[in-house]
Design a protein around this ligand. Structure first.
Ligand code: ADP
Ligand code: MG
Ligand code: MG
Length: 532
């Protein structure tokens, strides 16, 4: 093969193989948590909020759980009850009945040693009768119970001290030395996106690099910071999540969930027959809908819904990426700024009317249409047409379904998303989650989907790199005449916040580092590698 092809092959091989195992093990042996005496000041900064400390942060949750299980039988029962209730919620068929019987016998009978004796009044009666609809209230009562004395005691326990050591460790400064860098996966407006691996944990990520000079030249700093701030707020299985933000001399870097199965645009147009099978479309759209609802629940409009921004991971699950156009609209706030991609923009954007979340549901309708027909409702594939004409069609024309693969149900749901009037559009009603209840989604159990328990209909091949060849991803031109001042440095500092707590803690648990560093018998060795 030619040299370019060989370079690509070498880059792919390194990327598919990952870093050197032996080197990683050696590296791990030299790691240690900060000493307790280094963790005094962090106590005041971790906050006092139960949900954040004991439920949302994975490492925090682990230590609170451990504290409960090492305490009295009441605390143990409460902890186990919450876990088993989740299992019951997610179970199906016979497993669900069995799980239900277990819960009743273990927690709801007064003579059982795990009886939830802290429950009082109506909630206690209902628990004994195990009425499904009441279990939410029993859960709430359990959380209320845990929030009081158990939570207070936890904060003065050795388990909390250990949690603080992890919080201190989490604050470590992140530089490019923290990662191995592999091949380029794609190109964005301000730099490339490449695959990276955390040297200590082996975890793979995608690193979106934003060239500082280019940002300054194009006044992109504000946008970059906004994208970072929105990314670090969200945490969903259906959005690329941010794990680190840091900077180098030349770039700002966003380290995110690695999605190596390619984007849906690529799958619609470049693999086999154009368009996707309806089973896949249904599954992807269910996941995408869940991702959009997560953003909307935080008053964030995504504004760039299109197949190109939906990326697949190695299991075939999808997530929304590129939150560069996302905007926070707290409360009833509206916006009338023109934003989005031609062909996916809703009538209210084109008419410069104030809008909120409605634009995402319109774009979702366009995306379903495109997945079936390999063209847009108001723009044919590769059609040379002015944006104004696409806008005119969007505002005036009816959507036509000429492609043979449209079935009745799919047409019906697209029609609902493509209602030109916001009030009539699916997803824009008071009860947003009703979108899930639509006929078209009837085969999907959203609770299980949200827990990542439904197998994908299609799995990417493990030895294929679903990205352009490295040689085909164009380099950036050099930028001259940009110098940075104090204001720029201040902005770079604001961007460089290092590890993002929830995602970083999950990485520590998944990679086994959490267990390794907590092992009381552990003896670390001196560093035996040199790159610092
Ligand atoms: P921009 O906002 O500058 O357009 P994107 O976020 O869209 O940048 O990223 C550019 C390209 O990089 C994408 O089109 C995709 O090919 C690739 N890419 C982005 N994020 C990821 C990811 N998390 N995993 C794998 N590839 C990605
Ligand atoms: Mg993009
Ligand atoms: Mg972008």
């Amino acid at each position: 093969c030619d040299m370019g092809g060989l370079d690509n092959l070498v880059a792919n091989t390194a990327y598919l193989k990952g870093g050197d195992e032996k080197e990683m093990r050696k590296r791990r042996r030299s790691l240690s948590l900060p000493k307790p005496e280094q963790c005094v000041s962090i106590r005041a900064t971790v906050g006092k909020e139960f949900e954040m400390l004991c439920e949302r942060q994975p490492v925090g949750k682990k230590f609170f759980r451990k504290f409960l299980l090492e305490s009295n039988p009441q605390y143990v029962a409460a902890a186990e009850f919450l876990d088993e209730l989740i299992d019951w919620d997610l179970a199906e068929g016979a497993g669900k009945d069995k799980s239900r019987t277990n819960i009743i016998n273990k927690f709801c009978k007064a003579d059982s040693k795990s009886f939830l004796s802290y429950l009082t009044g109506e909630v206690a009666d209902k628990c004994k009768a195990f009425e499904d609809v009441m279990m939410g209230k029993v859960t709430d009562a359990t959380r209320e119970y845990l929030k009081e004395k158990p939570f207070t005691e936890y904060q003065t326990s050795p388990n909390f001290d250990k949690f603080l050591q992890w919080k201190e460790y989490e604050k470590q400064k992140i530089t490019d030395k923290y990662f191995h860098e592999f091949r380029t996966l794609g190109k964005g407006g301000f730099g490339e996106v490449c695959a990276v691996q955390v040297k200590n944990s082996g975890q793979m990520y995608a690193c979106k690099k934003l060239c500082k000079k280019r940002l300054k030249q194009k006044n992109g700093e504000g946008m970059a910071l906004l994208e970072k701030q929105i990314l670090e707020k969200v945490n969903s299985l259906f959005l690329v999540n941010l794990s680190y933000a840091y900077d180098t001399k030349t770039h700002l870097c966003l380290v995110m969930t690695l999605m190596n199965g390619g984007d849906l645009r690529y799958h619609i147009y470049n693999i086999g027959e154009k368009g996707l099978e309806i089973g896949r479309i249904n599954y992807y759209i269910a996941q995408v809908t869940t991702g959009i609802l997560h953003l909307h629940s935080m008053d964030i409009a995504y504004r760039d819904m299109k197949p190109e921004n939906v990326l697949l991971d190695s299991f075939g699950q999808c997530r929304l990426s590129d939150l560069g156009l996302a905007v926070e609209l707290p409360g009833e706030k509206t916006i009338n700024q023109k934003a989005g991609t031609s062909g996916y923009m809703a009538p209210e954007i084109l008419k410069k009317e104030p809008y909120r979340m409605s634009v995402d549901w319109w774009a979702l309708g366009c995306s379903i249409y495109e997945m079936v027909a390999a063209r847009l409702p108001f723009k044919d594939y590769k059609e040379k047409v002015q944006k104004e004409e696409v806008a005119r069609r969007t505002l005036e024309d009816e959507c036509k379904y000429e492609h043979k693969n449209f079935d009745k149900g799919t047409k019906a749901i697209i029609d609902l998303f493509l209602k030109k009037k916001i009030d009539e559009r699916l997803g824009c009603h008071m009860f947003r989650k009703n979108t899930w209840k639509h006929e078209w989604f009837k085969s999907i159990n959203f609770l299980r989907l949200e827990a990542g328990l439904i197998d994908p209909p299609w799995v990417p091949k493990p030895n294929v790199v679903y990205a352009k060849d490295t040689g085909d991803i164009k380099d950036f031109s050099e930028i001259k005449g940009i110098v940075f001042d104090d204001k720029d440095d201040k902005f770079f500092k604001e961007f460089n916040t290092g590890a993002v707590p929830i995602a970083w803690q999950q990485e520590m648990i998944d990679s086994g580092l959490f267990d390794e560093l907590n092992d009381p018998n552990r003896k670390e060795s001196a560093p035996g590698y040199d790159d610092e």
